[in-house]
Write a protein that binds this ligand. Structure first.
Ligand code: ATP
Length: 218
């Protein structure tokens, strides 16, 4: 599969306003980094260090104060948020169809249909297709949110603690599937996690958010 999209950060600076007019918090300062096409990088760091802020800037959801990001836009870029963002009025099946695009889900394309079924099965969502998001557990909603992004087969994938709400055995199975999926699609992966073991299983590099930048660890 031809995968040509990498991600480049050019001299990124990002600050956030603080309550009560206090001095702005600087999360990143002059951060430059290249994630080559097909690379798999874990982003780790303490809570509040800036991992989500980084993904938001890569996705174009937050503007940096200085510098710029080169990255593809959706649907080439897929972003699974830390908190699942599902359409509350749509069933699991409709949420996934929405990700895929109704036109691609007409049943006319057997390959698309097969891809949808594979992901549904691998993420153990088959029995949940008729449910609404409000009736799902945290781990189920997280898997639907992941599935909805994977079906679009993005060439760049941003995952923010995708396995956070899953128990040990299920976590292992989903991680195996994710690894297979990134190998198959050759997607460029940015994977935010607190779990270094998980980071090393799926990624070839681990970067920590430190000193308003990214530092290679391990
Ligand atoms: N919208 C916002 N407005 C003001 N401050 C923010 C905003 N979003 C994040 N911050 C602050 O920026 C810092 C980095 O937050 P971020 O969510 O990126 O951290 P994180 O490393 O992803 O944390 P966690 O591991 O807990 O998810 C934190 O101090 C946070 O309070």
């Amino acid at each position: 599969m031809d995968r040509t999209n990498g991600i480049t950060l050019h001299e990124l600076t990002k600050t956030w306003p603080q309550p009560g007019g206090a001095e702005r918090l600087t999360v990143f300062s002059g951060l430059s980094h290249t994630f080559p096409p097909g690379s798999r990088t874990a982003i780790v760091g303490p809570s509040g260090s800036g991992k989500t802020t980084l993904l938001q800037m890569v996705a174009g959801l937050e503007a940096p104060d200085g510098g710029f990001v080169e990255a593809p836009k959706a649907p080439e870029l897929g972003y699974v948020f830390q908190s699942p963002a599902l359409w509350p009025h749509k069933t699991v099946r409709s949420n996934m169809r929405y990700g895929l695009g109704e036109h691609l889900f007409s049943g006319a394309d057997p390959l698309e249909e097969a891809r949808y079924r594979d992901i549904l099965q691998a993420l153990e969502l088959e029995d949940l297709q008729g449910k609404y998001p409000a009736t799902l557990s945290g781990g189920q909603a997280k898997r639907v949110s992941l599935a909805r992004t994977l079906v679009t087969r993005p060439s760049c994938l941003l995952l923010d603690e995708p396995l956070g709400a899953l128990d040990g055995a299920l976590k292992d199975r989903v991680l195996d599937f994710l690894l297979e999926w990134v190998h198959w699609t050759e997607a460029t992966l940015l994977y935010v996690t607190h779990d270094h073991g998980e980071a090393r299983r799926i990624c070839t590099r681990v970067l920590e958010v430190r000193d308003q930048g990214l530092v290679e660890v391990g």
